[in-house]
Structures are given as structure tokens and as C-alpha cells.
Write a protein that binds this ligand. Sequence first.
Ligand SMILES: [Zn+2]
Length: 456
Amino acid sequence: MATLLLMNADLLVTMDGERRRIPGGGLFVRNNVIEAVAPSAALPAAADLVIDATGMVVLPGLVNTHHHLYQTLTRALPPVQNAKLFDWLTYLYPIWAELTPEAVYTSALVGLAELVLSGCTTASDHLYLVPNGARHDDEIRAARELGVRFHPCRGSMSLGRSQGGLPPDSVVQTEDEILADCERLVAAYHDPQPYAMLRIALAPCSPFSVTGESLRRSAEWARAHGVMLHTHVAETADEDEFCLEKFGCRPVEYMRRLGWVGPDVWYAHAVFLNPAEVQLLAETGTGVAHCPSSNMRLGSGIAPIREMLDAGVAVGLAVDGSASNDSSHMLAEARMALLLQRVAKGATALTVAEALEMATLGGARVLGRDDIGTLAPGKAADFIGVRLERLEFAGASCHDPAGALVLCTPPQVDLSVINGRIVVEDGHIPGLDLERLIARQNELALDMVRRAQSKR
Ligand SMILES: [Zn+2]
């Protein structure tokens, strides 16, 4: 369709340069791009599609900057419910080694549907093992079917246990294999144009599962081809120790030496940063995907987000893989970000506005995008709506609808429009057979665990 009019939102939160919040607001979209944002009466009266947002708070679609969608297959596994990162990984690698193309596709559909229903319109994913013929193409198919804006990261592991790394040799690939597949994916899918629905990033997994050579070659290749770089950095105290012992320096310094700082790089976690490292990220424009639930679930620590924001670091939010969060809920993550900083630094450590800003504009900046994260003329038509008349908002949304989104029980969204197309309507994803999807996901999940157990 050519034009879309959203009108009569109880409150429209723009996240624009002036952070306007417009009571009775609306927006007019032409060819999937926002043309006007204003009080409804000031907008054109007709369009090819009209959405009446009466009773809703409307805001820019949320941006998830880090996930491992395949891990929705191994959520809440009893043997690792209480494990810290390295033990958790060591137990799970052999199960993940049983991934298949169908498992990657199905788990991506599950995780992305969950994300979309929680307000996410742009999702990044970090798939770093591709056994048994699985490929990133399998998750890209799921994203395209749902209609979500997608930044899949070609993850990889090249440092197996026999070489001093953490993962078993069976799930690592050679540097040549990895780079050849990166080249294939970028040629097949990467769209550098504004309003792109799909961009590829290169993402060797972490300092303890890839070789330094692999990190260096990935950075060189990515910069020559204009794609972004992503990895896990400074997640745990164990990683600090690993890097000090193996490389004689802390994780961020190790990454810096290999060329892994700059506005085209974003790190997941960045929990263990000292003030000089925070400064380095700010000065170089290196982004951070903050994963508060995961950091709490694994007992990793509290990232210095207040310090990063004060220093000007680009910080986005992320749910992280679903085996270390067990949920893919973006609004819940905004709430967790706010609460966790307050645990460390008191009640003024992070505001509702800052939490929403990280979930929208912050995530857009981390992913190198200036065309999403805000509702303003010229931006992509990605927005969400949440009905205010709901039990969990009673006595809250009458005071502050945006505050209710972050402080109350996180709701699912009632409306999501991505690239000008309705993806969630009346709280449901049209065309998605959830019952069948859930049943298949459970079958695949049990099957993977059984096959891995038979080999232990
Ligand atoms: Zn992760």
C-alpha cells in the first residue's frame, strides 16, 4: 500500500530530537517512510490504510541488539539453571552441536515472534555454530516470513579445546571456512541502503572461542566490505582471567590490539570495564549491547551503564540468548536495565526515559542506523502500540503511560508495524500458527537433548 495513517493515540512518544510526546498524536506514512508526525487533526484525513490508535500509547519500535535465537531450544534446562557462564557453556555446547537446519529455523521463528510481541521491530541475532548443514539462511527465512527488520551476525568459533579454547573441536570451523561463508552471506543478503530490512555483521564468538587471527582477519574483511563487527567482550570475571593469562592483557585491550574498536563495532555485555576502557569505547564510538537479565541470570555482574551513558558510549539493550535469560521480552529488558543500575547505584541511577531511549535510539545507534529508533519525518515506519486499559496498567497509565511501560508488569504489544506493514494486530501475529510452532519447537528441543545425552 502507498499510504498509512495512524491517528488518535492517547500518547505518541516520538523519541525525536526534542523528545516530543504528543497527546492525541498520529503519523502519516508514504511508501513505508514516515512523512509527518503531529496531533491527529493536523494530519491528512485519509490514507490507503487507517489505524485508529484510540486508547493506546504509541512509540518507535524497539531494537534488540544481541540474541542467540537458537537457544530458545534450551531454555530452563535443569542441569544448568544455576551455572555460571563457562560451566553453562561447557554443558550446552554438545547439545547445540545437535542443531539442524529445521531447528535453527523453528527456534528463530519462536524467538522472533516473542520479540515482536514484546515490542521489538529490529532484531539482531548472533548464531555462532552451524553444525549438521545448518546455515544463517535458515534464520533469515524465519525473519522474512515474520516481516521483522533483521541484523543476523555471522557468528563463528575457531578455537577448539585442543587449541586451548573452551568449545569442543566438533563445533569449531577453520578461518577459511568461516570467511568464505561470510562472503557468501554478505553477497546474498546484505543491504547497505537506508530502510534496509536485512544487514549482515561479522561476529567471531568471543576471545575464548576464536583465534586472534580470526578476529583480525574478520575486522579487515568487514571494513573492506562495509559491514559491522560484533562479539562478546568482558562478560565475566573468568574471561578477565582467561585473557590476562593467555594474552597478558584485559579483554578490551586485547580487542583493541586486534582492531576491534570503532563505530562499526559493538560488544555484547561489557560488564567488566574500568574507567579507562569506558573512555576508550566513548572516544572510538564502539557500541555496547547491555544484557541485564542475562548478566543477572548467570550471576556475571552489573555493567557500568551509568558511567557509559555519562561518557557518551552508544548503549543499546538486548535480551541475549534465551538460555541465559529464558525470555525474549524487550520491554522487560528495559525494566531490568533500570532496576539493575539502581541496585548498584541508587534510585537515580537510570530514569524511565533513559531506559526507553536505550531500547530505541540507543539500539539504533549501536547497529549503525539513523533511519530507525525514532518517529520523525524521513524515518522508517516501525512503531508499536500498547492498549492502556489493562489490568497491569490500572492506576498507572492514567498518570504516565510511558512510565507504565517500563515500571509495571511488562505487557505484550497490541500493534506492531514494521516497514509500513502490520505485523501484530490486536495482540496477535496474523498468519502465524502458534500452536503448531510451539509443539514443533518442543519436539526439536527434546530430540536435541536426547541425541546429545546418547553421546555423552
Ligand atoms: Zn550472547
